[in-house]
Design a protein around this ligand. Structure first.
Ligand code: 8Y7
Length: 284
């Protein structure tokens, strides 16, 4: 087994990482997100979908109220809170699944944690909002620090690296040090190379091949589900046609040691993970 074992602290909860590949189900409560936007704007529909993903085997539900699709317009903090907090409250009332809030704004993170979320998923690696560090440190929430080159508005404008894996690894180690200096416990931190966030197809492939290196300093999350790299490889313009491609990346990532996969298709990804985990452990 090529995965280090970690006990990920998420507030008062602990999620063991490394034995079993963990699956994070994506719940976009945005009218515009590129692959499931508009489906779950109504809080009751959103909670229904979340509970279905829990049933299907999701360990974490990632709730986002702002699209981070390349070129997407930012939304106000009020709007983001209005979209996400009621869903978190309703889901928490019906399930004790771990909930992550996908936000770059500290106010949204704080309100989400108060509503019952356990994890802050900040695609800016704590760079977008200087107050995010304090919210994370004071709450003891789990944190996901992701690498992005540029901003969602600019990130796909000809990104270049001399050594994508080395640079992303260096960046993530620097962000871990920044978070720890600010009072975040190391056991609370998961890192993520940010597939598709300021990367060409070749960079994404290099990062996926580099998962064993990325997993040396902290647990690793990979989010490649339905992303445009699959279109580039398979010519699947419609995100709904990228399911099989996503599962291929999921299997690869799990085998190379990713601890958590952030996906749209929970039931299929859980099947893939059970097969790969069994093969990796060498026993049933
Ligand atoms: C990721 C993510 C998105 C990812 C983490 C999409 C919010 C774009 N991608 N968070 N968020 N990692 N941690 O296509 O790769 O899902 S949004």
């Amino acid at each position: 087994m090529n995965r280090r074992i970690y006990n990920w602290k998420c507030g008062k909860h602990t999620l063991q990482l490394g034995e079993k590949t963990r699956v994070m189900g994506i719940l976009n409560v945005t009218p515009d997100s590129f692959s499931d936007g508009g489906d779950f704007v109504d809080p009751d529909d959103a909670v229904k979908r979340a509970l279905q993903m829990v049933e299907e085997g999701a360990d974490i539900i990632d709730i986002g109220g702002e699209s981070t699709r390349p070129g997407a317009a930012p939304v106000s903090v009020e709007e983001e809170i209005k979209r996400t907090v009621p869903v978190i409250k309703k889901l928490r009332a019906q399930s004790d699944v771990l909930i992550s809030i996908d936000t770059m704004k500290s106010e949204t993170a704080l309100r989400a944690l108060e509503a019952g979320a356990n994890i802050i998923n900040d695609v800016s690696g704590f760079e977008a909002d200087p107050k995010m560090l304090d919210v994370a440190a004071e709450s003891g929430a789990g944190v996901i620090l992701m690498h992005m080159k540029g901003t969602p508005q600019t990130m796909q404008d000809n990104p270049t690296y001399e050594d994508a894996v080395g640079e992303v690894l260096h960046y993530l180690e620097e962000r871990i040090a920044f978070a720890v200096r600010g009072g975040v416990r190391r056991e609370c931190i998961v890192v993520d190379p940010g597939i598709g966030f300021g990367k060409t197809l070749e960079h994404n492939l290099q990062l996926l091949r580099g998962i064993p290196d990325l997993g040396k300093s902290a647990p690793v999350l990979i989010g490649a589900s339905r992303k445009s790299m699959i279109d580039k490889l398979l010519d699947r313009e419609d995100p709904n046609q990228r399911g099989a491609g996503s599962l291929g990346i999921a299997g690869w990532s799990a085998a190379l040691g990713a601890h958590i996969l952030r996906v749209h298709d929970v039931i299929d990804t859980c099947d893939v993970c059970r097969i790969v985990d069994t093969l990796c452990i060498g026993e049933l």
